[in-house]
Write a protein of this length. Structure first.
Ligand SMILES: *Cc1c(COP(=O)(O)O)cnc(C)c1O
Length: 405
């Protein structure tokens, strides 16, 4: 299907369909008992989350606890450096806890509360999703179990400490390689044992239906705010919007505000050290169709067809697939996906910090790096970048590996 055959003014009514498909991507490829739990969440989502009580409570929380709306900042000095183009950033780094992830974690935890669940659980790799979810659990007084590989627990001590201070229970997973994949398996097993009392909160627009839809809807506040703010600031829409894509939640949040507009949309994937399999995590650029973690999408596969090992300097982007909606928007041509490598990313990290006084997350630095290249190519017009998070978490690593530039 090509995008001129899709009616974007009614897009959100039709995508995903009732079985969770965006075209051929998405669905819920899970065992029967887990399917039952997913169906229960889907039903609750459509009744509870569309109720005015839920919506007004979520709005209040966003305003009073998260600090929304986050502003848009014009990047005067970076724009001058790039040339004739006007660059702007949507400041998700100013959202409470320093990134966009809290947008969907607060929504998921509020849903858990309305469903009468006592506990929320999740896996985490670098710990960012774990911290956001632990924050939401503390706010709502829910129990919170975060599954994390033993190797990751050692590497991510500050985030482990944050989760514990927030009252979460960090469950050490010692199977296999003791990293993210094993943590996912352990968290799903725990969920299956106790799905009556628990909700599994997925950390991006990935996983089985209804999560890609739900997380997108919770993140869409970014795009809705950004569109309105940009119009008010400039009197026009941006010519292009840009966001980094790991699982794809911050990108879907921004993109959903502009799908029905004459705006170019770009998703930026991590090229890491280069094009060889294992050196990057650019699944939409180099991957092929396949099912993993309960959904059908585009993924990077090893020789056996299993999820391939991936690498990126940004730990939040090193996932071997992306959400099904991105695969769909790629195929129909509405969103263009492209890559930047580690070196370009670190350069953008320092450039934005020095010229604008904003230290970006390394994930977000991918979007900044791409916008700088795109701006040079465009030569005129405006670009809105989603600054998905702040870089405090990355400073020690960047200085150790790259020094100060
Ligand atoms: C986790 C994370 C990402 C990647 O996740 P998406 O679901 O692709 O948005 C990007 N930026 C920051 C700051 C993150 O913490």
């Amino acid at each position: 299907m090509k995008f001129n055959e899709i009616e974007f003014d009614t897009y959100f009514k039709n995508y995903p369909d009732k079985n969770g498909y965006f075209g051929k991507y998405g669905g819920a490829y899970v065992p029967d008992n887990l399917k039952k739990a997913m169906d229960e969440i889907t039903e609750a989502y459509f009744t509870i989350c569309k109720s005015s009580k839920f919506i007004s409570e979520l709005r209040r929380i966003r305003r009073e606890f998260q600090g929304r709306p986050t502003p848009i900042s014009y990047l005067e000095r970076l724009s001058a450096k790039v040339g004739n183009v006007q660059l702007y950033v949507k400041r998700e780094d100013l959202n409470h806890t320093g990134a966009h992830k809290l947008n969907h974690c607060m929504g998921e935890a509020l849903l858990a509360k309305y469903m009468g669940k006592k506990k929320i659980i999740a896996e985490t790799g670098a710990g960012q999703h774990g911290v956001a979810l632990a924050t939401a659990a503390a706010y709502f007084g829910l129990e919170c179990d975060i599954y994390m590989g033993a190797v990751d627990i050692k590497k991510q001590a500050p985030n482990v400490a944050r989760m514990k201070i927030l009252g979460a229970n960090v469950v050490e997973v010692t199977d296999g390689l003791q990293t993210l994949k094993e943590a996912v398996d352990a968290a799903f097993a725990a969920y299956l044992n106790d799905y009556q009392n628990t909700i599994y909160c997925i950390g991006s627009v990935v996983g089985p239906h209804p999560f890609p839809m739900m997380v997108r809807d919770f993140q869409s506040v970014v795009g809705i705010e950004a569109r309105e703010q940009f119009l008010e600031m400039t009197g026009e829409l941006p010519d292009a919007v840009v966001a980094c894509v790991g699982g794809g939640s911050n990108a879907m949040g921004l993109f959903s505000g502009f799908l029905n507009d004459p705006v170019e949309i770009y998703g930026v994937e991590p090229l890491g050290r280069g094009e060889k399999l294992g050196d990057h995590a650019a699944s939409l650029t180099y991957g092929s169709e396949g099912v993993m973690h309960g959904f059908n999408s585009i993924m990077l596969k090893d020789a056996n067809g299993d999820p391939a090992p991936v690498y990126s300097v940004a730990s939040g982007l090193d996932y071997p697939s992306s959400g099904p909606e991105h695969a769909f928007l790629r195929d129909c041509g509405r969103v263009k996906y492209d890559v930047v490598n580690d070196e370009e990313t670190i350069d953008a990290f320092f450039t934005l910090s020095k010229l604008e006084g904003i230290i970006p997350a390394i994930e977000s630095s991918h979007a900044v790096a791409y916008a700088m290249k795109l701006g040079q190519k465009m030569g005129k017009g405006s670009i809105l970048i989603n600054l998905s998070g702040r870089g405090d978490k990355d400073m020690d690593y960047v200085i150790e590996k790259y020094g100060i530039r």
